[in-house]
Design a protein around this ligand. Structure first.
Ligand code: FES
Length: 129
C-alpha cells in the first residue's frame, strides 16, 4: 500500500512539473489598432473589461488601458485578467502577474511582456517590440 502511494505521488509530481515548459515570452513587433466601436472589441469599452487580440491580453482598468503577452511565461497556458484582484492569472498552475506583467505568485519567475496601449478617440493602439 505504501509503495502504491509512493508511485502515485511520484507520477503526480512528474506530471505536475513537466506539464509546463518554461520559456521566455516571444511576441515581438506588435503594432495594431482596435476600433472600440466594433462589437468584437466591446469588452474594452467597459471598465474592468478585457480581451485577447493578436495574442495580446488587453485590459481596461481604473480608467487606463494595459496590454501584456497573453501566454504565461512559465508555460503555454493562456492568461486571463481578474478585475477583482487587478491581476493576470494563469489557470494551469495558479501563477499571477500584476497588470503590468510583473510576477506576483510562483511558479512563474519571468515577467510577461508589457506593451503600450494608447486610446485616441475610439481607436486603441497597441505597440511594442
Ligand atoms: S503555464 Fe503553468 S503557471 Fe502558467
Amino acid at each position: 500500500m505504501k509503495s502504491q502511494l509512493l508511485i502515485f505521488t511520484l507520477a503526480f509530481l512528474l506530471l505536475y512539473t513537466t506539464s509546463c515548459t518554461k520559456k521566455t515570452p516571444t511576441t515581438t513587433g506588435v503594432d495594431f489598432t482596435l476600433d472600440l466601436t466594433q462589437p468584437a472589441n466591446a469588452a474594452l469599452k467597459k471598465t474592468s473589461g478585457s480581451l485577447i487580440s493578436h495574442e495580446i491580453l488587453i485590459m481596461h482598468f481604473a480608467n487606463n488601458y494595459f496590454a501584456t503577452a497573453s501566454v504565461c511565461s512559465y508555460g503555454t497556458c493562456t492568461l486571463a485578467f481578474n478585475d477583482t484582484t487587478a491581476q493576470i492569472t494563469c489557470k494551469c498552475h495558479s501563477c499571477r502577474f500584476d497588470i503590468n506583467g510583473v510576477v506576483k505568485k510562483a511558479p512563474a519567475t519571468i515577467n510577461i511582456k508589457r506593451y503600450n496601449a494608447v486610446l485616441i478617440g475610439n481607436d486603441l493602439s497597441i505597440t511594442g517590440s
